[in-house]
Design a protein around this ligand. Structure first.
Ligand code: PEP
Ligand code: MN
Length: 317
């Protein structure tokens, strides 16, 4: 449940309600401008809810499981993607680069091409979640260092995936945006740790997740204190076999309507086909996406991973 207070409530009035909540053994958070809004979880006695609704300082009481991501508690302007990333960009944010960091010349050239084609963020995986343990797992710390070098050289931000809570520290050291992949959306231990850092986290929707599960995963990060969560739709599993996944455009519409968090789409994994990436990207922006995460390689045919969905830099423009 979310209690939205009227503007200009005094901090004394807020503490009074806080005392009432504590008496009923209800957990609560204060966020937004201190004292403006409080949220409490657990079961609330109906009588108590009634009295809260009648409180002259209360604007509305919203029954929502999305305590911190809900549109009712956030401000779209303060959580806009460009503000979150400290960029002065009016339109969508473009994040582009290879699936994996392969070597220095590949990632430096990728950064150059990403910059020339108008991207703001360089993507590249150093820790790769592979279905088979026998396949290329990424360059690890060496890959992070190369990402850092390439992004800095062309004044780009960087984004890279973190798979394991034990790697958060090192990824945080070299990378600007930490990515949680589709296979880790349900890894609550990882999400809790990401709630403790101060860098933006791009949370990919699990290929099997409902919107509720996705948003509650985001709540794990938000409730840990990290407000910089970016939601990413990357396609879901359906009965369609011609494309790798199915891009759920409804998700973009729903998330933009129900939450104040920025929404990014990954048309590369969503389609799995380079020839469909452009159309899926346009559809996503038309639906209201705040940015795109696209796999681009200087020579897609040489990409170690995800070649069939990787575009070249000319197609990025
Ligand atoms: C990726 O972006 O490199 C990736 C592995 O994506 P996903 O987690 O969506 O499969
Ligand atoms: Mn990939």
């Amino acid at each position: 449940m979310i209690i939205v207070f009227k503007k200009h409530i005094s901090s004394e009035a807020v503490s009074k309600i806080g005392t009432q909540l504590s008496k009923h053994k209800l957990r609560f958070h204060i966020f937004g401008k201190e004292g403006l809004i409080k949220v409490f979880s657990s079961h609330t006695p109906i009588k108590f809810t009634d009295s809260i609704t009648k409180n002259p300082f209360v604007k509305k009481v919203v029954d929502s499981p999305y305590m911190l991501s809900s549109i009712h508690v956030g401000n779209k302007n303060t959580s806009s993607l460009s503000q979150m990333l400290d960029l002065k960009v009016k339109g969508p944010i473009f994040m582009a680069g290879p699936c994996s960091v392969e070597n220095k010349s590949q990632i430096v050239l990728s950064a150059k091409l990403a910059k020339l084609s108008g991207s703001h963020v360089l993507r590249g995986g150093a820790y790769k979640p592979r279905t088979s343990p026998y396949e290329f797992q990424g360059l690890g710390v060496e890959g992070l260092k190369l990402m850092h070098l390439a992004a800095k050289k062309y004044s780009l931000l960087s984004i890279s995936e973190v798979l394991d809570p034990r790697d958060i520290e090192v990824v945080n050291e070299y990378i600007d945006i930490l990515q949680v992949g589709t296979r880790n959306m349900y890894n609550y231990a990882l999400l809790k740790e990401l709630g403790k850092i101060d860098k933006p986290v791009l949370l990919k929707r699990s290929m099997n997740a409902t919107y509720k599960e996705f948003l509650l995963a985001a709540e794990y990060i938000l409730s840990g204190g990290n407000k910089k969560v970016i939601l990413c739709e990357r396609g879901i599993r359906t009965f369609i076999s011609e494309t790798r996944f199915t891009l759920d455009i409804n998700a973009v519409l729903f998330l933009k309507k129900e939450t104040h968090l920025p929404v990014v789409v990954d048309p590369s994994h969503a389609t799995g086909l380079a020839s469909l990436v452009r159309g899926a990207a346009f559809a996503s922006i038309s639906a209201g996406a705040d940015g795109l995460l696209i796999e681009m390689h200087p020579k897609p045919e040489l990409s170690i991973r995800d070649k069939s969905q990787t575009i070249n830099s000319k197609e990025l423009i």
